[in-house]
Unconditional design. Structure first.
Ligand code: ATP
Length: 219
């Protein structure tokens, strides 16, 4: 790019419980970073009520595993901001905060897997999400259900075909992406395997596996 060309910053937020982070999350984040030519992908663990946390696994552990899993991966950042905030973690609040930090013209994207996308209309203030960000949906094996009516209404007129069309505006669009390596890994499966005493090798990064073993989590 020549010095005279100007490109708006492109930042994605991938929220989740990351309980624990696995290679499905991380590989998706890397492929998304490349496919959309992003400046960074913020991986943001949600605060969950203490009674809903996996026994013995605190929010601090989830963040530590995320940091260990990301390691030195270019473009990926573990962002603990929701853990510092009191009360429930609403994505719309996080996006509003990011919008203030990044400025009006930055291209901000909220990334969701298809399973999370199917429930989007039930989120807190779903229409306000689009005031602050685009929504990019990642296809996920085993999650190809019909879109609920409320979701279709929410999306009306927002879907675009490619990244170029999406990034013509700072926010408000929806893009569905099929990334190259669709991995059928879930945190539920990882937790189940650990509680059954089965191997999680190659489902999570080695450093995450070591962290889990050293601290005897999810047993
Ligand atoms: P759980 O099994 O506990 O529900 P999960 O594996 O779905 O967890 P989350 O932390 O809930 O993980 O997911 C965070 C985000 O990452 C969600 O938008 C989810 O759809 C997406 N995601 C999770 N696993 C994958 C995967 N294998 N491929 C693509 N997206 C994924």
């Amino acid at each position: 790019m020549s010095a005279t060309e100007f490109r708006h910053a492109r930042v994605a937020m991938l929220g989740g419980t990351f309980d624990p982070v696995h290679l499905g999350h991380l590989r998706s984040a890397v492929e998304l970073y490349e496919a959309l030519k992003l400046d960074k992908v913020l991986m943001v663990p949600a605060r969950v009520p203490p009674h809903r946390e996996a026994p013995g696994v605190s929010a601090a552990d989830r963040l530590a595993m995320l940091e260990a899993g990301i390691g030195d991966t270019s473009g990926l950042v573990a962002d603990g901001r929701e853990l510092l905030r009191e009360g429930p973690s609403y994505s719309v609040d996080t996006l509003a905060q990011l919008r203030v930090e990044l400025g009006e013209s930055a291209r901000l994207v909220m990334v969701v897997g298809h399973d999370a996308f199917l429930k989007l209309a039930e989120w807190h203030a779903p229409e306000r999400l689009f005031d602050f960000a685009h929504v990019v949906v990642i296809e996920r094996p085993g999650h190809a259900a019909e879109l609920p009516v409320a979701l279709r209404e929410l999306l009306a007129g927002r879907e675009v075909e490619d990244a170029e069309a999406l990034f013509a505006q700072p926010a408000g669009g929806v893009l569905r992406l099929a990334l190259p390596s669709r991995m059928a890994i879930s945190a539920t499966e990882v937790r189940q395997r650990l509680s059954d005493g089965q191997s999680i090798r190659y489902l999570v990064p080695e450093r995450v596996e070591s962290f889990i073993q050293t601290r005897n989590l999810y047993r």
